[in-house]
Every structure is written in C-alpha cells, then in structure tokens.
Design a protein around this ligand. Structure first.
Ligand SMILES: [Zn+2]
Ligand SMILES: [Zn+2]
Length: 136
C-alpha cells in the first residue's frame, strides 16, 4: 500500500513540476529523496549519491532540509562532546604549560577522548608557535 502511494506521489510530483514548466527544477527522473535518506546522510556526514547531489543542487526544498539537519547535527555533536570539556581558557593554559600537574593530566586525558578539544589545542599550539617565531 505504502509503495503504491509513494510511486503515485512521485508520478504526481513529476507531473506537477512539468506543468509548472520545471519551476521546481527537479532533476529529470530523480524525485525528492525520502526524508530518512537526507537525515541519515546529513547526520552521518556521508556524501550523497551522484543522483542525489545533482537533485539537491537543483532543489531548494531538499537544500533546506539538508541545511537544517546538518545544523542540528553540528549542535548535537557539540553537546555530545562538549558537556564536560575544559574551558578554552584552561586549554590555552594547558598549551602554554601553565596548568598545575593534576589539571594538566586531567586535560591531557580529556584530549584523548575529545576530538574537538584536541583540535582546539592543536590550533592553539600552531598559533603559539607562530607567535614565538614573530617574537624571535
Ligand atoms: Zn528535492
Ligand atoms: Zn573536549
């Protein structure tokens, strides 16, 4: 039954976009992908298939969906990783070697499990090195 409804809708969709002179700019033969497909790819950060990329590039409705889910995903990832993260201040102190031993060890342990902080530290290191070069 679902299958019947779906193919019926797709047929209707294509008919409609033809009627409107392709105003929706749907790729020929490629209907809007299912919501789940967009969610899955956007959330996992996986690339879309060529057909879909082609379709999404020309379909505002799908572009919007992708953008929404990617934004959602970004904030989810941040929450997942960030809830017990040290502050940026702590991270900079860590980079500069200004933390007391216990805190430094804690931070180091955290860096091993948190790609976001590890990246921030990496960036701070690069920044600090560049600064040192400037001074000397
Ligand atoms: Zn679409
Ligand atoms: Zn972290």
């Amino acid at each position: 039954m679902m299958v019947f409804i779906k193919s019926h809708l797709i047929a209707w969709d294509q008919g409609e976009s033809q009627k409107r002179g392709g105003k929706m700019q749907r790729g020929p033969g490629v209907p809007c992908p299912q919501e789940e497909e967009i969610v899955q790819r956007a959330v996992a950060g996986e690339p879309f298939s060529d057909d879909l990329t082609h379709h999404i590039a020309r379909c505002e409705r799908c572009q919007e969906k992708v953008a929404v889910y990617q934004r959602l995903n970004a904030s989810l990832v941040q929450k997942l990783y960030r809830f017990d993260c040290p502050s940026s201040e702590t991270l900079s102190y860590y980079c500069a070697g200004l933390l007391e031993k216990t805190r430094a060890d804690e931070t180091e342990g955290h860096l091993r499990v948190c790609p976001l902080c590890a990246e921030e530290v990496e960036q701070t290191h690069t920044f600090l090195q560049a600064e040192q070069f400037k001074d000397s």
